[in-house]
Ligand binder design. Structure first.
Ligand code: PLP
Length: 392
């Protein structure tokens, strides 16, 4: 997810605009800022592109998720269903709102299995949180249907899928709220940053207030503003927003390059009989930041992965990864023994260590994902596919 590969004079210009005003804060200082409002411009650009009625920028994807969950009125003890394959931030965000993360299996989409979601619904369930992993979408039609039937919120963790879409609608805009991350390795980056997207005014109002100490942002005197709610400081700075704005203007070019690379790479890999592909519910909407393949079994997958590693070819084997798959989240499985979580919340948590995620294991142990650099050439792809063929 290489937005950083496209840094250029545009990022420098937007940052310079901010530095020349001396105002790094997104709110207030109207006279001194000389008409420079990079955060607002970036929010408006996200709204224009995605069609979301509201986009609110914050300091990270993690704080976007926390803010989004809280904006829905989810309370301590409420349950949120999410997948076993994600980045740790997804369950961290749920935990730090006081809610209970209920993890369920993925399927061949490498995202939430709708069947597993249905089985996990209890009287305490308040939301389903699909995570659009590695640039491509969850199986949204059945998930939206389940959410609708059971009167649950749908929170899209679209942190890894900026610019992706599902049946013509941008990921992040199909649920009640959606979140992006602009951290250092995302499709569009500003170093650290995130966004919440929604079409619901009351959620947006909560988001901008909560992420700025509860300020109501009415009037032009920050010191005189009211505080309708308790909040925190999850603000983004104008410097970060300046970089993000320049990057957002390059989104179409980044996606187009990724999609061209992926189409070629996928066609080459399709010639290898022991390779198959992750199911993508709407191929046209894949943001194409990764190409994920299945091999036939764990032994073969490990052999190919080791061979690729030896040649220095970037490739993720999530099954062994400490951050993206539950198998190695020892801290999460051991939550009941960790400090910083109330006894009340501990008592509500399932015993994750004893849960059976063999259905997820069956996919993860056979999955390899190639991150697609914008600089990947056809020649390099030919070398990689030849190498994979020779390894088995
Ligand atoms: C799926 C997912 N959710 C949430 C996050 C958190 O984003 P951030 O690093 O901006 O806090 C990430 C970051 O990698 C992610 O991949």
């Amino acid at each position: 997810m290489p937005g950083f590969e496209r840094f250029g004079k545009e990022e420098i210009k937007h940052v310079q605009d901010v530095l020349e005003t001396g105002i790094l804060m997104r709110y207030n200082f109207e006279a001194a800022r000389n008409g420079i409002w990079k955060t607002q411009e970036f929010e408006q650009a996200i709204q224009r592109t995605t069609g979301a009625k509201y986009a609110h920028l914050v300091s990270s994807g993690t704080t976007a998720l926390i803010t989004a969950i809280k904006s829905l009125g989810i309370e301590p003890g409420d349950e949120i269903i999410l997948p076993t394959f994600t980045f740790v931030a997804s369950f961290e965000a749920v935990l730090f709102t006081g809610a209970v993360p209920v993890l369920v299996d993925i399927d061949d989409t490498l995202t939430l299995s709708p069947k597993a979601v249905e089985k996990a619904i209890t009287s305490k369930t308040k939301a389903i949180m699909p995570v659009h992993m590695c640039g491509a979408m969850a199986d949204l039609d059945p998930l939206l249907e389940i959410a609708h039937q059971h009167n649950l919120f749908l929170i899209e963790d679209a942190c890894q899928a900026i610019g992706g879409s599902y049946k013509g609608k941008y990921l992040g805009t199909l649920g009640d709220v959606g979140c992006f991350s602009f951290d250092f390795v995302k499709t569009v980056t500003c170093g650290e940053g995130g966004a919440i997207l929604t079409n619901e005014k009351s959620y947006y109002e909560y988001c901008h207030q909560f992420s700025d100490h509860g300020h109501d942002h009415i009037g032009h005197d920050r010191g005189a503003e009211d505080h309708p709610i308790i909040g925190l400081n999850f603000r983004i700075s104008e410097l970060h927003a300046a970089v993000g704005l320049a990057q957002w203007e390059k989104l179409d070019e980044i996606l187009s390059r990724q999609r061209t690379i992926k189409t070629y790479f996928k066609a080459k890999l399709a010639e290898i009989p022991f390779v198959s592909f992750r199911r993508i519910p709407d191929e046209a909407g894949d943001n194409a930041s990764f190409l994920s393949i299945f091999l036939e079994n764990e032994e073969q997958t490990r052999k190919v992965w080791e061979g690729l590693k030896k040649e220095g070819i970037p490739c993720a084997y999530w099954y062994d990864n400490n951050w993206h798959y539950i198998r190695k989240w020892h801290h999460f499985k051991n939550l009941k023994n960790q400090k910083g979580i109330s006894e009340e919340q501990k008592n509500q948590l399932p015993n994750y260590a004893e849960q059976n995620f063999s259905a997820s294991d069956e996919f993860m142990k056979r999955t390899l994902s190639f991150p697609l650099s914008l600089n990947l050439t056809e020649e390099k792809i030919n070398q990689i596919t030849a190498l994979i063929s020779s390894l088995v």
